[in-house]
Design a protein around this ligand. Structure first.
Ligand code: HEC
Ligand code: CU
Length: 365
Protein backbone atom coordinates (compact mmCIF):
# COMPACT_ATOMS: atom_id res chain seq x y z
CA UNK A 1 0.00 0.00 0.00
CA UNK A 2 2.64 2.51 1.01
CA UNK A 3 4.51 1.93 -2.26
CA UNK A 4 1.83 3.87 -4.04
CA UNK A 5 1.88 7.04 -2.02
CA UNK A 6 4.73 9.23 -0.95
CA UNK A 7 6.55 8.10 2.21
CA UNK A 8 5.96 11.49 3.78
CA UNK A 9 2.25 11.24 3.23
CA UNK A 10 2.25 7.68 4.52
CA UNK A 11 4.10 8.73 7.64
CA UNK A 12 1.63 11.49 8.11
CA UNK A 13 -1.36 9.21 7.70
CA UNK A 14 0.02 6.61 10.09
CA UNK A 15 0.83 9.20 12.70
CA UNK A 16 -2.50 10.74 12.22
CA UNK A 17 -4.39 7.55 12.74
CA UNK A 18 -2.30 6.15 15.56
CA UNK A 19 -2.33 9.39 17.46
CA UNK A 20 -5.88 10.05 16.42
CA UNK A 21 -4.99 13.64 15.65
CA UNK A 22 -8.54 14.40 14.69
CA UNK A 23 -9.51 13.75 18.22
CA UNK A 24 -7.25 14.89 21.03
CA UNK A 25 -6.75 12.72 24.13
CA UNK A 26 -9.06 13.23 27.06
CA UNK A 27 -6.58 14.51 29.60
CA UNK A 28 -8.61 16.53 32.05
CA UNK A 29 -11.44 15.82 34.43
CA UNK A 30 -13.81 17.89 32.33
CA UNK A 31 -12.87 16.30 28.99
CA UNK A 32 -15.23 13.29 29.14
CA UNK A 33 -18.11 15.61 30.01
CA UNK A 34 -17.35 18.00 27.16
CA UNK A 35 -17.06 15.04 24.80
CA UNK A 36 -20.36 13.58 25.97
CA UNK A 37 -22.12 16.79 24.99
CA UNK A 38 -20.17 16.93 21.75
CA UNK A 39 -21.19 13.39 20.82
CA UNK A 40 -24.77 14.10 21.81
CA UNK A 41 -24.79 17.07 19.42
CA UNK A 42 -23.33 14.91 16.65
CA UNK A 43 -25.86 12.19 17.38
CA UNK A 44 -28.93 14.42 17.21
CA UNK A 45 -27.53 16.10 14.09
CA UNK A 46 -27.14 12.70 12.45
CA UNK A 47 -30.62 11.60 13.53
CA UNK A 48 -32.07 14.88 12.25
CA UNK A 49 -30.24 14.52 8.96
CA UNK A 50 -31.34 10.90 8.53
CA UNK A 51 -34.94 11.86 9.28
CA UNK A 52 -34.97 14.73 6.78
CA UNK A 53 -33.28 12.59 4.11
CA UNK A 54 -35.74 9.74 4.68
CA UNK A 55 -38.75 12.07 4.51
CA UNK A 56 -37.51 13.86 1.40
CA UNK A 57 -36.87 10.56 -0.34
CA UNK A 58 -40.07 8.95 0.90
CA UNK A 59 -42.29 11.86 -0.05
CA UNK A 60 -40.76 12.31 -3.45
CA UNK A 61 -41.54 8.67 -4.21
CA UNK A 62 -44.94 8.67 -2.57
CA UNK A 63 -46.16 11.90 -4.15
CA UNK A 64 -44.48 11.65 -7.52
CA UNK A 65 -46.35 12.97 -10.56
CA UNK A 66 -47.60 9.62 -11.96
CA UNK A 67 -49.27 8.80 -8.65
CA UNK A 68 -50.54 12.32 -8.06
CA UNK A 69 -51.16 14.11 -11.34
CA UNK A 70 -53.53 16.61 -9.75
CA UNK A 71 -52.18 18.82 -6.95
CA UNK A 72 -54.32 18.69 -3.82
CA UNK A 73 -54.61 21.51 -1.35
CA UNK A 74 -53.73 20.30 2.17
CA UNK A 75 -54.86 22.41 5.09
CA UNK A 76 -52.47 22.65 8.07
CA UNK A 77 -52.51 20.18 10.93
CA UNK A 78 -52.13 21.73 14.37
CA UNK A 79 -51.07 18.45 15.92
CA UNK A 80 -48.36 17.93 13.33
CA UNK A 81 -47.09 21.49 13.63
CA UNK A 82 -47.04 21.30 17.41
CA UNK A 83 -45.10 18.05 17.22
CA UNK A 84 -42.40 19.37 14.95
CA UNK A 85 -42.10 22.48 17.08
CA UNK A 86 -42.09 20.88 20.50
CA UNK A 87 -39.71 17.99 19.82
CA UNK A 88 -36.91 20.15 18.37
CA UNK A 89 -37.52 22.76 21.07
CA UNK A 90 -37.16 20.09 23.75
CA UNK A 91 -33.93 18.87 22.10
CA UNK A 92 -32.53 22.39 21.91
CA UNK A 93 -33.44 23.01 25.53
CA UNK A 94 -31.60 19.84 26.52
CA UNK A 95 -28.51 21.11 24.65
CA UNK A 96 -28.89 24.53 26.21
CA UNK A 97 -29.23 23.35 29.80
CA UNK A 98 -26.53 20.72 29.37
CA UNK A 99 -24.19 23.27 27.76
CA UNK A 100 -24.91 25.89 30.42
CA UNK A 101 -24.18 23.45 33.25
CA UNK A 102 -20.93 22.48 31.59
CA UNK A 103 -20.06 26.11 30.97
CA UNK A 104 -20.49 27.02 34.62
CA UNK A 105 -18.46 24.03 35.61
CA UNK A 106 -15.61 24.98 33.28
CA UNK A 107 -15.52 28.65 34.21
CA UNK A 108 -16.07 28.49 37.97
CA UNK A 109 -12.85 27.28 39.51
CA UNK A 110 -13.04 25.34 42.78
CA UNK A 111 -11.79 27.33 45.75
CA UNK A 112 -8.87 24.99 46.35
CA UNK A 113 -7.43 25.50 42.86
CA UNK A 114 -3.81 26.59 42.62
CA UNK A 115 -3.42 29.74 40.61
CA UNK A 116 -1.06 30.35 37.71
CA UNK A 117 -0.94 33.66 35.85
CA UNK A 118 -0.79 33.80 32.07
CA UNK A 119 0.20 36.87 30.08
CA UNK A 120 -0.43 36.72 26.36
CA UNK A 121 1.30 38.98 23.87
CA UNK A 122 2.11 39.04 20.19
CA UNK A 123 3.25 36.28 19.88
CA UNK A 124 3.96 34.29 22.94
CA UNK A 125 2.45 32.95 26.10
CA UNK A 126 4.12 33.74 29.39
CA UNK A 127 3.24 31.74 32.46
CA UNK A 128 4.02 32.94 35.97
CA UNK A 129 3.77 30.60 38.91
CA UNK A 130 3.19 32.05 42.40
CA UNK A 131 6.59 30.66 43.41
CA UNK A 132 8.22 32.91 40.83
CA UNK A 133 8.82 30.30 38.10
CA UNK A 134 8.51 31.82 34.65
CA UNK A 135 7.85 29.97 31.43
CA UNK A 136 7.45 30.98 27.82
CA UNK A 137 5.17 29.01 25.51
CA UNK A 138 5.06 26.28 28.11
CA UNK A 139 3.07 25.38 31.15
CA UNK A 140 3.91 22.81 33.80
CA UNK A 141 1.06 21.60 35.96
CA UNK A 142 0.72 18.84 38.54
CA UNK A 143 -1.44 15.81 37.94
CA UNK A 144 -4.77 15.56 39.69
CA UNK A 145 -4.85 19.03 41.17
CA UNK A 146 -7.24 21.78 40.12
CA UNK A 147 -5.32 24.56 38.42
CA UNK A 148 -6.78 27.97 37.78
CA UNK A 149 -5.32 30.23 35.13
CA UNK A 150 -5.70 33.96 35.63
CA UNK A 151 -4.98 35.42 32.24
CA UNK A 152 -4.51 38.82 30.67
CA UNK A 153 -3.22 40.16 27.38
CA UNK A 154 -0.56 42.78 26.98
CA UNK A 155 -1.77 43.87 23.55
CA UNK A 156 -4.60 42.39 21.48
CA UNK A 157 -7.20 39.67 21.99
CA UNK A 158 -5.80 36.17 22.24
CA UNK A 159 -7.37 32.92 23.30
CA UNK A 160 -5.74 30.28 25.46
CA UNK A 161 -6.69 26.83 24.35
CA UNK A 162 -5.65 23.36 25.49
CA UNK A 163 -7.67 20.95 23.33
CA UNK A 164 -6.67 17.87 25.34
CA UNK A 165 -8.19 19.50 28.41
CA UNK A 166 -11.20 20.81 26.45
CA UNK A 167 -10.71 24.28 27.82
CA UNK A 168 -10.21 27.58 26.13
CA UNK A 169 -10.79 31.15 27.08
CA UNK A 170 -10.35 34.58 25.59
CA UNK A 171 -7.34 36.49 26.87
CA UNK A 172 -8.23 40.15 26.82
CA UNK A 173 -6.20 43.33 27.26
CA UNK A 174 -7.07 45.21 30.45
CA UNK A 175 -9.06 42.47 32.06
CA UNK A 176 -8.35 39.23 33.90
CA UNK A 177 -10.15 36.15 32.69
CA UNK A 178 -9.92 32.75 34.28
CA UNK A 179 -10.27 29.13 33.30
CA UNK A 180 -9.50 25.99 35.27
CA UNK A 181 -8.86 22.29 34.79
CA UNK A 182 -7.65 19.21 36.59
CA UNK A 183 -5.20 17.22 34.49
CA UNK A 184 -5.81 13.50 34.68
CA UNK A 185 -3.00 12.05 32.54
CA UNK A 186 0.72 12.75 32.64
CA UNK A 187 2.13 13.78 29.30
CA UNK A 188 2.62 16.77 27.05
CA UNK A 189 -0.20 18.45 25.21
CA UNK A 190 -0.65 21.21 22.66
CA UNK A 191 -1.29 24.75 23.66
CA UNK A 192 -2.73 27.09 21.07
CA UNK A 193 -3.78 30.66 20.59
CA UNK A 194 -7.19 30.26 18.99
CA UNK A 195 -7.95 33.89 18.27
CA UNK A 196 -6.38 35.35 15.14
CA UNK A 197 -4.01 37.93 16.57
CA UNK A 198 -1.69 39.00 13.76
CA UNK A 199 1.00 37.77 11.42
CA UNK A 200 2.60 35.17 13.66
CA UNK A 201 -0.61 34.00 15.29
CA UNK A 202 0.00 30.46 14.10
CA UNK A 203 3.30 30.42 15.98
CA UNK A 204 1.69 31.41 19.25
CA UNK A 205 1.71 27.84 20.40
CA UNK A 206 3.32 25.86 23.16
CA UNK A 207 3.37 22.77 25.25
CA UNK A 208 1.56 21.88 28.44
CA UNK A 209 3.36 19.33 30.58
CA UNK A 210 1.43 17.36 33.15
CA UNK A 211 3.70 15.91 35.82
CA UNK A 212 3.20 13.59 38.75
CA UNK A 213 3.03 15.61 41.98
CA UNK A 214 6.53 14.68 43.12
CA UNK A 215 8.02 15.48 39.69
CA UNK A 216 6.16 18.73 39.68
CA UNK A 217 7.57 19.52 43.09
CA UNK A 218 11.07 18.86 41.78
CA UNK A 219 10.39 21.01 38.74
CA UNK A 220 9.16 23.90 40.90
CA UNK A 221 12.24 23.73 43.04
CA UNK A 222 14.53 23.38 40.06
CA UNK A 223 13.19 26.33 38.11
CA UNK A 224 12.54 28.88 40.77
CA UNK A 225 14.02 32.31 40.30
CA UNK A 226 14.49 32.62 44.05
CA UNK A 227 11.79 35.24 44.42
CA UNK A 228 8.10 34.49 44.60
CA UNK A 229 5.67 36.75 42.77
CA UNK A 230 4.53 38.13 46.12
CA UNK A 231 8.11 38.93 47.06
CA UNK A 232 8.63 40.69 43.75
CA UNK A 233 5.41 42.52 44.45
CA UNK A 234 6.61 43.54 47.86
CA UNK A 235 9.72 45.09 46.36
CA UNK A 236 7.69 46.85 43.73
CA UNK A 237 5.29 48.09 46.40
CA UNK A 238 8.22 49.72 48.11
CA UNK A 239 10.02 51.00 45.04
CA UNK A 240 6.88 52.58 43.58
CA UNK A 241 6.21 54.32 46.86
CA UNK A 242 2.90 52.57 47.54
CA UNK A 243 3.82 52.08 51.18
CA UNK A 244 4.11 55.81 51.66
CA UNK A 245 0.31 55.89 51.73
CA UNK A 246 -0.54 52.23 52.37
CA UNK A 247 1.58 51.89 55.44
CA UNK A 248 -1.14 50.22 57.46
CA UNK A 249 -0.84 52.55 60.42
CA UNK A 250 -3.66 54.66 61.76
CA UNK A 251 -2.82 58.00 60.21
CA UNK A 252 -2.02 56.57 56.78
CA UNK A 253 -3.45 58.40 53.80
CA UNK A 254 -4.45 55.18 52.03
CA UNK A 255 -6.43 52.21 53.33
CA UNK A 256 -4.73 49.26 54.97
CA UNK A 257 -4.42 46.58 52.31
CA UNK A 258 -3.66 43.62 54.62
CA UNK A 259 -6.51 41.11 54.81
CA UNK A 260 -8.39 43.12 52.21
CA UNK A 261 -8.40 40.45 49.53
CA UNK A 262 -11.70 38.59 49.12
CA UNK A 263 -13.52 41.06 51.35
CA UNK A 264 -16.18 43.55 50.42
CA UNK A 265 -15.07 47.14 50.64
CA UNK A 266 -17.40 50.11 50.86
CA UNK A 267 -16.93 52.85 48.29
CA UNK A 268 -17.64 56.54 48.58
CA UNK A 269 -20.71 55.99 46.42
CA UNK A 270 -22.10 53.85 49.27
CA UNK A 271 -22.03 50.66 47.24
CA UNK A 272 -19.76 47.73 47.94
CA UNK A 273 -17.11 46.15 45.76
CA UNK A 274 -15.50 42.75 46.04
CA UNK A 275 -11.74 42.99 46.40
CA UNK A 276 -10.58 40.51 43.78
CA UNK A 277 -7.75 40.50 41.25
CA UNK A 278 -9.63 42.78 38.90
CA UNK A 279 -10.47 45.24 41.67
CA UNK A 280 -6.83 45.44 42.74
CA UNK A 281 -5.61 45.93 39.20
CA UNK A 282 -8.19 48.65 38.55
CA UNK A 283 -7.35 50.36 41.86
CA UNK A 284 -3.74 50.68 40.78
CA UNK A 285 -4.28 51.79 37.20
CA UNK A 286 -7.49 53.72 37.60
CA UNK A 287 -7.84 54.78 41.25
CA UNK A 288 -10.73 57.16 40.59
CA UNK A 289 -12.81 54.34 39.15
CA UNK A 290 -13.86 53.35 42.67
CA UNK A 291 -12.78 55.29 45.72
CA UNK A 292 -12.73 53.54 49.08
CA UNK A 293 -15.15 55.15 51.55
CA UNK A 294 -13.46 57.38 54.08
CA UNK A 295 -10.50 58.25 51.85
CA UNK A 296 -9.76 61.16 49.60
CA UNK A 297 -9.18 60.35 45.92
CA UNK A 298 -5.51 61.29 46.13
CA UNK A 299 -3.98 58.10 44.79
CA UNK A 300 -2.06 58.77 41.58
CA UNK A 301 -2.65 56.54 38.59
CA UNK A 302 0.08 54.09 37.69
CA UNK A 303 -1.14 53.68 34.13
CA UNK A 304 1.77 53.00 31.82
CA UNK A 305 4.27 52.74 34.67
CA UNK A 306 3.89 49.08 35.60
CA UNK A 307 4.08 46.12 33.24
CA UNK A 308 1.40 43.44 33.24
CA UNK A 309 3.87 41.21 35.09
CA UNK A 310 4.50 43.93 37.65
CA UNK A 311 0.77 44.30 38.19
CA UNK A 312 0.50 40.56 38.73
CA UNK A 313 3.29 40.78 41.30
CA UNK A 314 1.50 43.58 43.14
CA UNK A 315 -1.84 41.78 43.02
CA UNK A 316 -0.21 38.61 44.29
CA UNK A 317 1.50 40.55 47.09
CA UNK A 318 -1.68 42.26 48.26
CA UNK A 319 -3.51 38.94 47.98
CA UNK A 320 -0.99 37.20 50.19
CA UNK A 321 -0.95 39.93 52.79
CA UNK A 322 -3.54 38.01 54.73
CA UNK A 323 -2.09 34.56 55.13
CA UNK A 324 0.17 33.47 57.93
CA UNK A 325 2.57 32.05 55.42
CA UNK A 326 2.84 35.44 53.90
CA UNK A 327 3.42 37.05 57.27
CA UNK A 328 6.45 34.83 57.62
CA UNK A 329 7.65 35.70 54.15
CA UNK A 330 7.16 39.37 54.78
CA UNK A 331 9.21 39.10 57.93
CA UNK A 332 11.91 37.19 56.13
CA UNK A 333 12.22 39.62 53.27
CA UNK A 334 12.16 42.63 55.48
CA UNK A 335 14.86 41.00 57.55
CA UNK A 336 16.95 40.55 54.47
CA UNK A 337 16.44 44.16 53.56
CA UNK A 338 17.11 45.51 57.03
CA UNK A 339 18.36 42.93 59.52
CA UNK A 340 17.94 45.24 62.50
CA UNK A 341 14.18 45.06 62.33
CA UNK A 342 12.18 43.59 65.13
CA UNK A 343 10.75 40.21 64.15
CA UNK A 344 7.97 40.33 66.72
CA UNK A 345 6.02 42.84 64.69
CA UNK A 346 2.68 42.07 63.11
CA UNK A 347 2.77 41.95 59.30
CA UNK A 348 1.13 45.34 59.03
CA UNK A 349 3.54 46.84 61.49
CA UNK A 350 6.39 45.20 59.61
CA UNK A 351 5.40 46.97 56.49
CA UNK A 352 5.16 50.19 58.42
CA UNK A 353 8.66 49.75 59.68
CA UNK A 354 10.18 49.11 56.32
CA UNK A 355 12.65 51.81 55.45
CA UNK A 356 10.71 54.32 53.40
CA UNK A 357 12.11 54.11 49.87
CA UNK A 358 12.95 57.17 47.94
CA UNK A 359 9.82 57.98 45.98
CA UNK A 360 10.54 57.57 42.27
CA UNK A 361 10.18 60.61 40.08
CA UNK A 362 6.64 61.17 38.92
CA UNK A 363 5.06 59.67 42.01
CA UNK A 364 3.64 62.17 44.44
CA UNK A 365 4.78 61.43 47.98
C1 HEC B 1 -0.62 59.30 47.49
C2 HEC B 1 -0.98 58.20 48.33
C3 HEC B 1 -1.11 56.83 47.62
C4 HEC B 1 -0.17 56.15 46.92
C5 HEC B 1 1.26 56.57 46.59
C6 HEC B 1 -0.78 54.89 46.56
N1 HEC B 1 -2.05 54.84 47.02
FE1 HEC B 1 -3.34 53.29 46.81
N2 HEC B 1 -4.80 54.38 47.64
C7 HEC B 1 -4.65 55.63 48.21
C8 HEC B 1 -5.93 56.09 48.70
C9 HEC B 1 -6.20 57.43 49.37
C10 HEC B 1 -6.85 55.08 48.42
C11 HEC B 1 -8.35 55.08 48.74
C12 HEC B 1 -9.08 55.94 47.77
C13 HEC B 1 -9.22 55.29 46.43
O1 HEC B 1 -9.69 54.16 46.35
O2 HEC B 1 -8.82 55.92 45.45
C14 HEC B 1 -6.11 54.01 47.75
C15 HEC B 1 -6.66 52.81 47.32
C16 HEC B 1 -5.94 51.71 46.91
C17 HEC B 1 -6.47 50.41 46.69
C18 HEC B 1 -7.90 49.97 46.91
C19 HEC B 1 -8.02 49.90 48.40
C20 HEC B 1 -9.03 49.02 49.06
O3 HEC B 1 -9.81 49.60 49.84
O4 HEC B 1 -8.98 47.82 48.92
C21 HEC B 1 -5.43 49.62 46.31
C22 HEC B 1 -5.46 48.13 45.98
C23 HEC B 1 -4.26 50.45 46.26
N3 HEC B 1 -4.61 51.72 46.63
C24 HEC B 1 -3.00 49.98 45.89
C25 HEC B 1 -1.92 50.85 45.72
C26 HEC B 1 -0.67 50.43 45.14
C27 HEC B 1 -0.35 49.01 44.68
C28 HEC B 1 0.11 51.52 45.09
C29 HEC B 1 1.51 51.64 44.50
C30 HEC B 1 1.65 51.20 43.11
C31 HEC B 1 -0.62 52.63 45.67
N4 HEC B 1 -1.84 52.17 46.03
C32 HEC B 1 -0.13 53.90 45.84
C33 HEC B 1 -3.49 56.35 48.29
C34 HEC B 1 -2.30 56.00 47.67
CU1 CU C 1 -2.68 35.17 19.97
Amino acid sequence: MHYFISPVLWQFLVNWLTHFALFPPEASSIAPYADALYFFLILISLVGMALVLALVTGFSILYRKERNPEATQIEGSTLLEATWTIIPLALFMVCFVWGALLYFRIYNPPTNAMNIYIVGKQWMWKAEHPGGQHEINALHVPLGRPVQLTMISQDVFHSYSIPAFRVKREVIPGRYTTVWFTATQPGTYHLFCTQYCGTLHSEMIGEVTVMKPEEYQAWTEGSTSGMSLAQNGERLFASLGCNACHSGNAGARGPNLAESYSTRVQLTSGSYAMVDDAFLRDSILNPTMHTTAGYAPIMPTYQGQISEEGLIDLVEYIKKLNTNYRVQQTLNTSQIQSPVQNQAQSPVATRVQQPAPAAPAGVKP
